[in-house]
Design a binder for this molecule. Sequence first.
Ligand SMILES: *Cc1c(COP(=O)(O)O)cnc(C)c1O
Length: 461
Amino acid sequence: MKKTTRREFFKTSFRAGAGIALASVAHPVVSWGAGTESATLPALLGGSRSHAGGWPAWPVWKSPEYDGKLLEVMRSGVWSRAHNTDAFEAKWAEMVGAKRCLSVVNGTNSLITALAQAGIGIGDEVITTPYTFVATVQAILMNGAIPVFADVDRETFQIDPVQIERKITKRTKAILPVHILGIPADMDRIMAIARKHDLIVIEDACQAHLASYGGKPVGTIGFAGCFSFQNSKNLPIGEGGAIVSDDDDFMDRCFSYHNLGFPYGSRAGSLSDAFMVGGKVRFSEYQAAIGLLELQDLEQASALRWENGQYLRSKIAAVPGIAPARLYPQTTRAVYHLFPFRYDKEQFCGMPRDLFLRALEAEGVPCSSGYTPLQTQPFIRAAFESKLYRKVYPKSLLNYDAYLLKNSCPESDALCDEEAVWLTQNMLLAGHREMDEIAAAIEKIHSHAGRIMDAFKKGEI
Ligand SMILES: *Cc1c(COP(=O)(O)O)cnc(C)c1O
């Protein structure tokens, strides 16, 4: 199987689930294991599938319930930022327990804006994880700063605080932890490092809506938190993003920055002209309307993902060679935007991960190998070779080969190249029976690994 990007993967997995509504988990019972050879064989070898139905569709538009609200906005003719956007921001701030929220066009721009207004820019280094979506790192480069990669803890898939501390230099200005896959990073240790070294913490919570750590929603533990509402995310609007923070001055500046530098909040009374440099990355009313509708289900769906995710973890942890991501003890909720486990082919008769993924897909369980290494992708080199970087950074810092060496991340690479397997969040919106079927599929592949490998070596599959 060729490596798929996250979005290609979503396309396929959603095609499989097309037409299955969130609440409808009923479909014909699969009778694998009922005694016949073809029923117990892996589907890849001609047996019946462990899961025969579809999966909950994503995103979910509840028609006709939602239709009126969106039509009301469209018919009003007020499509640019107005009261629906204000209402969405107030609601999201309330749900995560932040003082303020600012919506923007997408998660990428929430990160760009937050970094810029936290004072991060040319000359600064920002420490982040290599195991993330490309947007995290683009946001650092878009501000003219240098991304520095702290490798992950392979067991948790999250940035490793020990590696963070090793990467601090006199240029380090911020830590950008990512709650990747909807699982909280180890924020207690990250915040302790930040306090010790006087660094700003901006959380990339783009995959982690309503995940919590020590009872606190992620995105509200550091100085600011960033969210994405892209189509695949647990809170889907198509495009959309938000910044949350308790710091009024910072949030006022973020507002101005997202609105062409026009004054806002504390500066609104004294000025009327644009007073700072800013772009225009405003949310629109129809995005806000969709967001308000989708928010109605978010708490319930997050609780369900957590419950099913923990149930699935407990079922598959017993299979030799399968290691679900370990959670930090302070985790009070993971929302499993992607449900990850590590695959050890040695426990599967040497079956390459791609073949395991094929076998699992054949069982009716959509899956992917996840991210490919990020820290070596050409866009970082392109930034280093840009006019701006060459002008403002010493040559030694832009030595790309030396940079690659310093930023090597073998733990993350192992996840990307060998071990990681992902399931998507929409699958966790099904029931316990479907979780049982996923576990049964994995067990079936494990117990027939030798036969699958024989067929593979003979070129039969
Ligand atoms: C999706 C995502 C982003 C970017 O959000 P967009 O809304 O797609 O711009 C940033 N970081 C992470 C970890 C993401 O998953």
